[in-house]
Design a binder for this molecule. Structure first.
Ligand code: NAD
Length: 477
């Protein structure tokens, strides 16, 4: 029997092992496919000390110089794109085409932020005094901690590394213990690109110990988390005494509102793809649909057919829509929420239970009708292939229902009417709204949640400025 590969952490350019290791499971096969060090608070101190030592010299380099390393990261990813996609597929049962997209978009992401080297800038502000200039410099915050989730572990790693390094921050990345392997393989591969030791460090361990220690440590200057609301709350508490900046991208409960004039086929496809992609484990995908009563019967018939046509299976097999949930806990959470929704009065239109494929942690594509607006399944993130569909007939009421949620990440609208589009966009209180398309944001946009979905955000110009702090300089002459 082949030995399970053991991966390293990287601190100050050195490969580090652990006394204990996290076993990483392929959720589809159930096999252990890799071991990642399980480090604790001492590693947080080592990694942050290495980053702190490296950061001033890194910040003194020109942005173009720093950008050259981002371009090298992109090149390394492209050179190993198939290997990385296969690893990503196996550590989280993401279907092969989606795993490949994640790897390729991540390379593009590094290139995109490399392109910002000559673009980001400070400001010159008019003074009240004609003999004075006011200059607003933009300076790197210092040492950044990036804490990543399991669902898009590789892309989210780049979301934290690329803008942070480009502006002159040194960075410590903590991947999720569920899916650390692709990131650790990347960490190994980039040891050859010549990054100064300590500029970029990778450590693995539990959120409650290592993650918390990274946030609480006096040497960290910003904590950027993509993860659950619960982890976000802990990070706010852990950073409170330090008055440290946090950037939090948390959960979502996106409403999809379908208007009576919508292209129904487009709406059905958009909502289906959005809800079922990666087994529903995507923060910005449609988590609840509101469908106008005039088209509700046709929409539901077509939606049911689309959900029932989705093929579950091996993530490597062509034509599979989605594979296993990431672990047994995720499957149990989804099952529990559907059971409670039914007890609370929802009707199962299709699905409604785990799917037995003899392997993995599968849940059937599930549509629920008649769930109440204030019920758990309409209010809380399911993070699985389960869609409650609610019927509506009053514009103000449906907008109020969509906005009535503690999450405020994304939303979508399906209509052919420009006035309806503009009015709905104006009335919806979410960080992102997609019109006549499914979810997924552009790297030049700004991915940010309202309410409990987060503070700050990522991507584009505004994502870059998360890692900068201003210095206003008043020059009399
Ligand atoms: P999670 O909160 O369990 O874990 C995320 C990361 O936080 C992990 O690395 C974990 O170890 C770490 N962590 C946990 N507790 C911590 C603490 N007290 N201090 C420091 N670090 C801690 O989330 P998850 O289950 O990995 O990811 C799923 C969640 O992430 C979902 O809610 C999803 O909506 C959200 N998500 C949001 C976005 C977005 O862009 N808004 C993107 C992807 C995922």
């Amino acid at each position: 029997m082949n030995a399970v590969p053991q991966y390293s952490n990287y601190i100050g350019g050195q490969a580090i092992g652990g006394d204990e290791y996290i076993e990483v499971e392929n959720p589809y096969t159930g096999r252990i496919i890799g071991l990642a060090p399980k480090l604790g608070a001492a590693a947080a101190d080592q990694a942050l000390s290495a980053a702190k030592a490296a950061q001033p010299a890194w910040a003194k380099r020109s942005p173009v110089d720093r950008a050259s390393y981002l371009a090298k990261c992109a090149a390394v990813i492209r050179e190993h794109r198939v290997e990385l996609a296969e690893l990503l597929m196996s550590e989280q049962a993401k279907i092969a085409p989606l795993a490949q997209v994640e790897i390729d978009v991540t390379a593009t992401y590094f290139d995109y932020y490399a392109g910002w080297a000559r673009i980001y800038e400070g400001e010159i502000i008019n003074s009240d005094d004609p003999q004075e200039n006011i200059l607003l410099f933009q300076k790197p915050i210092g040492v950044a901690v990036g804490i990543c989730p399991w669902n898009f572990p590789f892309f989210v790693m780049a979301r934290k590394v690329a803008p942070s390094l480009l502006v002159g921050c040194a960075t410590v990345i903590k991947p999720s213990s569920t899916t650390p392997l692709t990131t650790l393989r990347f960490a190994e591969l980039i040891q050859s690109i010549g990054l100064p030791p300590g500029v970029l460090n990778f450590v693995t361990g539990s959120g409650g110990t290592l993650g918390s220690a990274l946030v609480r440590h006096p040497l960290s200057d910003i904590a950027s988390l993509t993860g659950s609301v619960e982890a976000g709350v802990e990070i706010i508490k852990d950073s409170a005494d330090k008055i440290m900046k946090t950037s939090l991208e948390l959960g979502g409960k996106a409403p999809a509102i379908v208007f009576p004039d919508a292209d129904i086929d487009l709406a059905v496809k958009g909502v289906t793809d959005s809800r079922l992609i990666f087994s529903g484990q995507v923060c910005n995908c449609a988590e609840r649909a509101y469908v106008h009563k005039d088209i509700y019967p046709e929409f539901m018939d077509k939606l049911k057919a689309a959900f029932e046509a989705a093929k579950l299976g091996d993530p490597a097999e062509a034509g599979v829509a989605y594979s296993s949930q990431v672990d047994s806990a995720q499957l149990a959470k989804i099952s529990g929420m559907v059971e409670r929704a039914v007890v609370a009065g929802a009707e199962v239109v299709t699905g409604g239970q785990p799917a037995d494929l003899g392997t993995g942690y599968f849940y059937e594509p599930t549509i629920l009708a008649g769930a109440a607006q204030d019920s758990e399944v309409v209010q809380k993130e399911v993070f699985g292939p389960v869609l409650p569909v609610l019927e509506w007939d009053d514009y103000d009421a449906v907008i109020a229902a969509a906005n009535d949620c503690e999450y405020g990440l994304t939303s979508s609208v399906f209509t052919r009417n420009v006035s309806t589009t503009m009015q709905a966009v104006k009335d919806l209180n979410f960080g992102e709204t997609y019109v006549n398309r499914e979810h997924f944001e552009g790297i030049q946009g700004f991915h940010a949640g309202w309410r409990k979905s987060g503070i700050g955000g990522a991507d584009g110009k505004h994502g870059l400025y998360e890692y900068l702090q201003s210095q206003a300089v008043y020059i009399r002459y």
